[in-house]
Design a protein around this ligand. Structure first.
Ligand SMILES: Nc1ncnc2c1ncn2[C@@H]1O[C@H](COP(=O)(O)OP(=O)(O)OP(=O)(O)O)[C@@H](O)[C@H]1O
Length: 352
């Protein structure tokens, strides 16, 4: 397993090849089918209904949130609710202003342009986008140097739906040009259960409520991971059981894939185990911890830690990484009483 390539992980939030192929079939088609995210759903419902009543193009929408929470799905729903076509592209695909001009000038009236990872667009493209969003116009620069001229090009009204993992990364002039910003939250277990039962229905897999709850609890608050785990559990149910997903089938299948009851995988647990067993729960420096698990510093910091921190299992402190009481409980270990656990715990000795 190559941890550097996050998509190798069964619990990776980013899409892998198989996800891309299957996700289209599992995407909710309208706001009513879209599970959870009540606030964003209600607000968006108002924005879209009002635009429809006015017979106008919807305001530009910015969606922020972690990968796999449904930003692409929501952009498709926006287009469907507006009865408009959708064009999908991403920030990294637009390196030159000319790339963006080509896309914008070919949009139809009312079309939805979905721009994923909008924070990764090049600066000149970003500046072109300001004018396009506000005035539905772009200046196409023809020629180079002192002889260059700007030719204004009128655009049909369109709706830009920008997606970003962190709205804070966007320059304020870009952020301000969105009429509506929706922050997507991680999903509650009950919501993920609904996602899983809905997907099971579409995949024609029998699942009981306890089976759905078991998968939901291991899905790290993320529908994409929930759907991926469901597919792996389905395989297991088909090959090793009678095809029906019960709690027991789900739990055993996910044990095979090394995803524990809380959604931690092998890498997550290796980091926690090293922190607890070798360093008495810390504080320990990131580099030391990475060497102890035989991984790159970046892998530990960027791949494993965010979820451990979010789950309240690990804290990043100025003195180093520290395990919380919940981490000891999760691994079924007893924390040391006096700053050492008798098995090599050496609190405070390791630099950051
Ligand atoms: N609220 C939801 N209800 C049901 N299914 C959902 C929901 N949100 C996401 N999904 C499912 O999860 C999968 C991933 O969703 P999507 O591609 O929209 O995520 P994303 O936020 O755009 O991710 P990325 O940022 O990585 O592109 C899709 O298969 C989609 O059907």
């Amino acid at each position: 397993m190559n941890w550097d390539d996050e998509t190798d992980r069964i619990v990776a939030p980013a899409a892998d090849g198989e996800d891309t192929a299957v996700e289209a079939a599992l995407r909710p088609k309208d706001l009513g089918e879209f599970v959870g995210q009540e606030k964003v759903r209600q607000q968006l419902d108002l924005v879209l209904k009002a635009a429809r009543q006015r017979g106008a193009t919807a305001d530009h929408v910015l969606l922020s949130g972690a990968p796999g929470l449904g930003k692409t799905t929501l952009s498709m729903i926006i287009a469907a609710e507006m009865g408009a076509p959708i064009r999908i592209t991403s920030g990294p695909a637009i390196q030159h202003a000319g790339d963006l001009a080509a896309i914008l000038s070919s949009l139809q009236e009312g079309e939805v342009l979905f721009l994923d990872e909008i924070h990764r667009m090049s600066r000149p493209a970003e500046e072109m986008l300001y004018m396009a969003m506000e005035d539905f116009r772009v200046d196409v620069i023809v020629g180079k140097g002192p002889g260059a001229t700007a030719i204004p090009l009128e655009l049909p009204p369109f709706t830009l739906v920008g997606a970003t993992t962190r709205a804070g990364l966007l320059p304020p002039p870009l952020r301000d040009r969105f009429g509506f910003t929706g922050h997507m939250e991680f999903y509650a277990p009950g919501e993920l259960e609904r996602v899983i039962r809905r997907s099971a229905g579409l995949l024609d897999v029998e699942i009981d409520p306890a089976g759905a709850a078991e998968i939901a609890g291991r899905s790290r608050g993320t529908p994409r991971i929930a759907n991926r785990l469901l597919r792996r559990v389905r395989d297991y149910a088909q090959v090793r059981a009678d095809g029906v997903i019960t709690r027991e089938v789900a739990a055993t299948a996910l044990q095979v894939y090394e995803v524990d009851g809380r959604g931690l995988d092998r890498l997550d647990r290796a980091v926690l185990e090293a922190l607890l067993k070798l360093f008495g729960g810390g504080p320990v420096g990131l580099s030391t911890l990475a060497v102890a698990v035989g991984e790159e510093r970046e892998t530990v910091e960027e791949v494993a830690e965010p979820f451990l921190v979010r789950e309240g299992l690990l804290a990043r402190t100025p003195r180093g990484r520290v395990a919380t009481p919940a981490a000891w409980a999760h691994l079924g270990l007893v924390p040391p009483q006096h700053g050492g656990n008798g098995s090599g715990g050496q609190q405070g000795l390791f630099g950051v």
